[in-house]
Design a protein around this ligand. Structure first.
Ligand SMILES: NC(=O)c1ccc[n+]([C@@H]2O[C@H](COP(=O)([O-])OP(=O)(O)OC[C@H]3O[C@@H](n4cnc5c(N)ncnc54)[C@H](O)[C@@H]3O)[C@@H](O)[C@H]2O)c1
Length: 180
């Protein structure tokens, strides 16, 4: 049986990911919140799933390493990781957002994902494995909406990429990268 490690498994999407994975794999549920984590893990265990849990702060390398050690000890070698842990950041006006709050978001959401993936790849060393990293579609527009909201004008507003051009006589074949 393969073993998946899920971060943020006490949260809405993390718990759902863990539940789905537990239908086919052993799962180590991890989260920084010990109370909600234990509750989610207990429910899956009661349903007959092969699960264990370990408190893990993804922003700390030692905590990530300890979670991998716990998984290997209790369930076996990890063959997949799902990075779902996140903090939502502070919802405020862009001009009011503090450097500290901006930095904390990156420490958890970005460095956390990096640390988990790096630990996994180091341990997996050339053998097959799967990595999932969950993000938000809200990250795609970047800073453009924030600038626009505060009255900035962009000479080049984002626009959708055009569809690739088709070669006559060759249905489905694109002629090369589209010009933007
Ligand atoms: N909720 C949505 O509508 C939605 C939509 C699209 C994408 N997403 C993405 O899905 C992911 C999860 O979203 P969610 O709604 O389940 O969030 P959530 O807040 O319900 O869950 C996040 C979990 O991460 C945990 N966490 C926070 N800091 C941590 C840390 N340092 N180490 C380990 N765990 C930590 C929290 O305790 C929490 O249980 C995010 O990446 C989010 O951007 C969410």
């Amino acid at each position: 049986m393969s073993v998946a490690l899920v971060t943020g498994a006490a949260g809405g999407i993390g718990a759902a990911v863990a539940e789905r994975l537990a239908q086919e794999h052993a799962v180590l549920l991890t989260d920084v919140d010990p109370v909600r984590l234990a509750a989610v893990s207990a429910k899956l265990f009661a349903d007959g799933a092969a699960v264990a849990h370990a408190v893990c702060d993804v922003s700390e390398r030692s905590s990530v390493q300890a979670a991998f050690d716990a998984a290997e000890e209790q369930l076996g070698e990890i063959t997949a990781v799902a990075n779902v842990a996140r903090i939502g950041g502070v919802l405020t006006e862009f001009t009011e957002l503090s450097e500290k709050d901006w930095g904390r978001t990156f420490v958890v959401n970005t460095r956390g994902t990096f640390l988990v993936c790096q630990e996994f790849v180091r341990r997996r060393a050339g053998r097959p494995g799967a990595i999932v990293a969950v993000g938000s579609i809200g990250a795609r527009p970047g800073l453009y909406p924030a600038g626009q909201r505060h009255g900035l004008r962009s000479p080049r507003a984002p626009r959708p990429l055009p569809a690739p051009r088709r070669q006559p006589g060759r249905p489905g074949a694109a002629q090369g990268p589209p010009r933007v």
